[in-house]
Design a binder for this molecule. Structure first.
Ligand SMILES: [Zn+2]
Length: 416
């Protein structure tokens, strides 16, 4: 076995790497498929995958460290490409009230709903928001997430949106996970702009986004295109402002009704359109043409007891890549497990386990513009991967909840 090679042996026919990983089946997820390599060998150098293949084809390596798994599978690190992990408070009390028969109207009259989260986020200190987000991030990391997107959108004022984005940056700088930050100021209308949605949109475009760009606080700009949020015309103004600042866009679209926000997103070359329960064939065609990823969020579908599933068959037919994410947020998807979302995507949306796994690896990477560096086990990509002591990849999707034991490798090193 390869572990018999001395690390001091530097004969010229041997390749030098920092670490060598053997003994498991590699689930590469290349091109969105399992693309298995049995008896896999994976060599890491400078935090990237330097060689990958089967033991039979493997050259001899001089390795800084050797790690032999007794079976099991290795997948790319999981990518959660749509979350709202930073927010003040939580809404478990509302959840309980609703199930005890209190109506939405009564809860709203008490200041509940999204505005309660906005208030709690505005009054919380940066330190409190950071600690609460870290608490929610921990279970995601424990189950193999190595890359996560986090949105602002509960501040809805310059000061509080910037505070949220700074918390996201602090998470990026301190936590062992790749973080992509998204500015979602166009999430809901702040109470002080009641009846003046156009003015709020104007403020985002003229004041907030330039500050966000100047401080490099966001990697993308997002919005919520819906009757209860913003119209396609208002979202388009945000997209134009983002484009002017060189920021890519994404959109919450077609979640509750069909406004064709996803076509607008496609028109602006959006990285992704997200939710999409009410997307039409025209929407799907437009997304296919622009290469916009469909991010599907089964947690919100489940919590809202929605009955119209996103048009998975159309996404397949037109070749639109489908990503899956937790949408972790206090109102409609308090999800702290991405693996549970895989099961829900299969059970509720009838995706296959292979499609679901592609949704949190290679297509999740594409939804964040990271497809060149993340999302599959290929030479040159960042060495983020997870070993699972299971026999086949479908098990990651099949087991309902719980915490599967796993070894997470982040940028070439085992993450503790
Ligand atoms: Zn969302």
């Amino acid at each position: 076995m390869s572990s018999s090679i001395s690390p001091l042996n530097t004969a010229s026919d041997k390749l030098i790497c920092d670490s060598l990983w053997t003994g498991a089946t590699l689930v590469t997820m290349r091109d969105g498929s399992y693309n298995l390599i049995e008896n896999g060998v994976l060599a890491v150098k400078d935090g990237k995958i330097a060689w990958i293949g089967s033991e039979e084809d493997s050259p001899k390596f001089v390795a800084g460290s050797r790690h032999h798994f007794e079976g099991g599978i290795v997948t790319p690190g999981l990518i959660d490409c749509h979350t709202h992990l930073v927010f003040g408070g939580d809404r478990s009390a509302e959840f309980e009230q609703r199930l005890n028969g209190v109506s939405y109207a009564e809860i709203a009259a008490q200041g509940g709903g999204i505005l309660s989260t906005v208030n709690a986020t505005r009054t919380a200190s940066q330190k409190t928001l950071f600690e609460q987000a870290r608490f929610r991030l921990a279970p995601l990391l424990a189950e193999g997430v190595t890359c996560i997107e986090i949105k602002s959108g509960y501040g809805l004022s310059d000061e509080s949106e910037l505070k949220m984005l700074r918390v996201i940056r602090e998470l990026a700088e301190t936590q062992p996970v790749r973080v992509k930050a998204t500015c979602l100021a166009a999430h809901a209308l702040p109470p002080e702009y009641h009846g003046r949605a156009d003015e709020y949109i104007e403020h985002i475009c003229q004041n907030l986004l330039p500050q966000v760009a100047a401080e490099r606080l966001a990697d993308a700009v997002d919005g919520f295109c819906e009757h209860l949020a913003f119209s396609p015309e208002q979202i388009e103004r945000v997209f134009k402002a983002a484009k002017k600042l060189g920021l890519p866009v994404k959109l919450h679209a077609e979640q509750l009704s069909s406004l064709h926000g996803s076509q607008l997103a496609a028109q602006y070359g959006a990285l992704s359109a997200d939710h999409l329960e009410y997307a039409t064939e025209q929407d799907v065609k437009a997304m296919a043409e622009s290469g916009t990823v469909a991010v599907l969020l089964p947690g919100a579908y489940y919590m809202l007891r929605e009955t119209q599933a996103p048009p998975v068959a159309l996404f397949r037919q037109y070749g639109v890549p489908m990503a899956i994410a937790s949408d972790a947020n206090p109102g409609t998807s308090p999800a702290l497990s991405l693996r549970l979302m895989l099961n829900m995507a299969c059970t509720l949306f009838r995706m296959t386990p292979e499609e679901a796994l592609a949704g949190v690896t290679c297509h999740g990477a594409r939804a964040l513009g990271l497809q060149q560096t993340h999302g599959s086990l290929e030479v040159g990509k960042v060495a983020d991967f997870v070993h699972w002591p299971v026999e086949r990849p479908a098990e990651l999707v099949y087991w309902l909840g719980g915490q599967l034991p796993c070894t997470v490798v982040y940028r070439g090193d085992v993450r503790s």
